[in-house]
Design a binder for this molecule. Structure first.
Ligand code: GDP
Length: 435
């Protein structure tokens, strides 16, 4: 069941709204030492969808200067636990420094956030909600907890953001590809070029979600779905909005994808903005490919490609595993090189290695370069095992997890990649105690 958390500073009306949402159902109180009240859990239901709701308002520390501290704790809790966060603010008070701080925390957490502007007690106050768009979230709803107005609109927005359970419509054999990149790098052109290829069979069912257009197709016997967020903007509509919203859309597309194509303008080069969404793909554990587009208009010699790749490596230090493909969506030059790479990284993303083979590689790595000692203690790895795919996730069972340093883990990762490839996919590594 999805979890909705309500956060906001004291006195914005969280408890009133919480009670409106759970109706006459029972609230569960959870004791938490060190705070004046408790946090509340309840069950909500809207349009046949059930969910849990947490009122983090319980975590309120008394005293003026404690407001920041308590909202920070609430936000942390919501970020940790919730699928959707309702961020409550006060129409009468406007944006306070505490609001801005929470907004920043929530934005970094990349969870869906709905801003509920409370105390919109009459229609005249409706104008007061617009200022809250500047907090950087796309969904702002005016409500009145005391009158009960706008709660339905709020819940409409909330349930739209629940994790998509209709995901299985595509099946395990379908590779889901999302295209991301800033405006004008050529995402739409690339989608058109891909779908326009001779050997591509596009099924006529193109699904439109709230944030993207999905086009399923088949090519050389492999099924794919293209998740296209740029197409939404091209259709005009309300989506023709600020960059912030397109970043949010990109994040959602990434969440649904197996393989993320990070499209870069070969002519303009890499800019700071490219990093954020690419970093998100990495954190979300998705396979990734850098696609350098507009290669037709780049002035080049035999070193240009190498130099550009080097630049990508310098900018995206954490994504050295992602291959780089150069092409032109416009002239279709080198376009045929893209999909073999997509298929390969998708396979690597879903690859599984046998425990005994993995342990042979780890033992060899340890023999060549034993872990350094730390305060007289040395890390001992008892064994390693892959516990998940998409992305491949490996657990090391060791004598003391504290002794696994970042640099040594990096070394092990390199050895593992050297042995198994895992091209295009991040690897997750965890260390657990077991002697
Ligand atoms: P999007 O905003 O990322 O979807 O970018 P578009 O697909 O709308 O492309 C932006 C502009 O770049 C358009 O004018 C395209 O014609 C142009 N463009 C796209 N791909 C290429 C390419 O490979 N070469 C050249 N020369 N222009 C391109």
């Amino acid at each position: 069941r999805p979890i909705v958390a309500i956060v906001g500073r004291p006195n914005v009306g969280k408890s009133t709204v919480f009670n409106r949402i759970i109706g006459d159902k029972l609230a569960i109180v959870e004791d938490k030492p060190g705070v004046t009240r408790d946090r509340l859990y309840g069950r909500g239901e809207w349009l046949d969808t059930e969910f849990s709701v947490i009122d983090t308002g319980g975590i309120e520390i008394e005293g003026e200067d404690q407001i920041m501290k308590s909202v920070r704790m609430q936000a942390e809790l919501a970020i940790e636990e919730a699928d959707v966060i309702v961020f409550m603010v006060d129409a009468k008070a406007g944006i306070t420094p505490a609001d801005s701080e929470v907004a920043e925390m929530l934005f970094r957490a990349k969870k869906p956030v709905i801003i509920a502007v409370n105390k919109v007690d009459n229609l005249k106050r409706m104008d007061d909600i617009y200022e809250f768009y500047s907090l950087g979230f796309g969904d702002v709803v005016g409500i009145s907890g005391s009158h009960g107005t706008g709660i339905g609109d709020l819940l409409d927005e909330v349930i739209k953001h629940f994790p998509d359970t209709s995901e299985e419509e595509y099946g395990e054999d379908v590779i889901k590809v999302a295209l991301i990149g800033r405006p004008n790098v050529g995402k739409s052109s690339l989608v058109n070029a891909i779908l326009g290829e001779e050997r591509v069979i596009v099924s006529n069912v193109a699904g439109t979600t709230r944030d993207a257009i999905d086009t399923p197709f088949e090519k050389d016997g492999q099924k794919y779905v293209i998740i296209d967020t740029a197409g939404m903007r091209k259709r005009g509509k309300v989506y023709e909005s600020t960059e912030k919203y397109s970043v949010m859309r990109a994040m959602k597309a990434i969440e649904r994808a197996d393989v993320v194509l990070v499209v870069i303008d070969g002519e303009e080069g890499i800019i700071e903005q490219d990093k954020h969404v690419a970093g998100y793909a990495h954190e979300a554990g998705k396979a990734a490919i850098f696609v350098v587009n507009k290669w037709d208009i780049v002035e080049k010699d035999d070193k240009t490609m190498h130099q550009f790749t080097q630049k990508i490596r310098d900018h995206f230090l954490f994504m050295t595993y992602a291959p780089v493909v150069y092409l032109s969506a416009k002239t279709k030059q080198r376009l045929h090189k893209l999909f073999p790479v997509v298929t390969n990284v998708a396979e690597q993303h879903a690859a599984r290695v046998a425990t005994h083979v993995l342990n042979d590689v780890v033992s060899d790595a340890v023999a060549i370069n034993p872990p350094p000692t730390d305060k007289g203690k040395r890390l001992r790895i008892n064994y390693a095992t892959q516990v998940a795919v998409k992305p491949p996730t490996i657990i090391f069972f060791v004598n003391d997890p504290e002794l696994m340093h970042f640099s040594y883990q990096r070394y092990l990762e390199n050895k593992i990649r050297g042995a198994f490839g895992f091209e295009g996919t991040p690897l997750r590594m965890f260390t657990r105690r077991k002697s």
